[in-house]
Design a protein around this ligand. Sequence first.
Ligand SMILES: Nc1ncnc2c1ncn2[C@@H]1O[C@H](COP(=O)(O)OP(=O)(O)OP(=O)(O)O)[C@@H](O)[C@H]1O
Length: 547
Amino acid sequence: MWRMLGLARPLAGWMVIAVACGVMGFCCATGIPVLAAEAALCIFESGALACTLSATVAILTIMAVARGILHFIEQRCNHYIAFRLLAHVRDLVFSSLRRLTPAKLAGADRGDLISTVTADVELLEVFYAHTISPICIATLMACVMASFLGTVAGLLPAVFALASYALVGAAVPMLISRASGTGGQRSRNLAGALSSFVLDSLRGLNEVLQFDAGTQRLDELGERSAQLVKTQRKLRGHAGRGQAATTGLIMVLSCLQVLLCLHLVQTGSINPEGAVLASVATFSSFGPFVALANLGSTLQGTLAAGRRVIAVLDEEPQVVDVSNKDGAHPAFSGIAAEHVDFSYDDEQILDNASIAVEPGQIVGIQGRSGSGKSTLCRLFMRFWDVNKGRVALSGHDVRGVATSALRDAEAFVEQDTYLFHDSIRDNLLIAKPDASDKELETACRAASVHDFIMSLPAGYDTMIGELGDTLSGGERQRLGLARAFLHDAPLLLLDEPTSNLDSLNEGQILRTLTEQCGKRAVVLISHRPSTMSIADKTYSMDSGRVS
Ligand SMILES: Nc1ncnc2c1ncn2[C@@H]1O[C@H](COP(=O)(O)OP(=O)(O)OP(=O)(O)O)[C@@H](O)[C@H]1O
């Protein structure tokens, strides 16, 4: 909670305005019946109906309008603070992910991470807009009311009111929160799992139809929905019972205050006027504390979301970027893995692996599936650091090379090319944002994809559908290669670059690679003998060892 509050420090000024408006607004809300009671007493005592009534009506009208305006300003400020902070927190989370990726996003907790980035950050709105300032407002209102009651009716009604506020505003939300238990969290997890299941089913629709698994998927969908509805019904039940208990408790406490005031009048400790004003004020002053009582059912979920967001912010990256100032910027003169040991978790993937790539060379790597070929490329990119040995770029350990220099020196085409929901042009320009149309065309011709792009209705400005599934595997692969060619790095790491291509397109790509090999070094991973035939030398990988 303190860490989350710390993030709100730059917006403290807005928070002060929100709290001030909230307190003044509740003073008006409580003041209206108190003033009305005061006017009634005055008329009853003096009989000066006309003048008292018009003055009172005027003041009451001003207070009622002021209450509305103040509440509006309070809510505006709270939501301004909340949404500014959500943007700030999202920025912090994305910066953190930038530090933690790609190792973090390749891990098994990827799904959890995505719900932290989306749902958890969103949930913090409740904390920033509906938790902090209501707590401050309730605390200040408790002080204001205690001093008012102390003035009109003495110490005892003031102390009783304070105890009542503590009961409604602190004990009740804690009890509701405890009674709801982890229900809020469970409901959120179930809702997240349900949407993933729906998305998964839609993505795998072809497989579902092909294997006639529709009924089975529908049954599972029904079961998951029923579980979610059950959990939410239970939660609503808790919230409803909590609200009913709060309202009942307020009635009982207000009546007890009236009885206490009557008793004090009987003993002569206070006058009847003070007793009436204290009773009316107590009845109408529970608003800020009810707001806190209602937080009970959401508090645990909000704090759990905050804890997860802060855990992402605090997580230490597996690979720490090297800044331009601290790192080396060597001109490319080859890359090598020297006696490298590596494991993702406990399972050893590379065992004393050594490989050397010189400028202008095409180096092939082959081996059975899972032998660690792609892993070696990821170590060249320094997505992970080696456990033993070193990866050397131009003779420099990559752990000492500036990350931007490393990215400039290498272009990596992985087995799956990710295409953004954007135009083909913008998808390619990510590799070189300032590339001219001519450069774009040259890269696409080299990747044998220019003619295909020109056959599309809007050419390079054609939008790529969501998940890129309007394109074939081969078209996506060639766009990935075009990106790498555009990046124009001296080292190309190509992981199965021709696996989805027909022999015509494969031939064109291989021609491009051999033509360019004077210009750059290429690491080529492939199971295809035709692709491997262009390699100057070939390494074989088996159980993490290279020969
Ligand atoms: N992020 C990861 N976390 C844990 N294990 C991983 C991770 N990525 C890969 N592995 C495991 O490491 C081993 C080597 O994977 P790698 O992708 O390097 O193999 P590969 O030789 O390129 O296989 P293929 O030819 O099928 O692409 C595999 O057993 C794989 O399951």
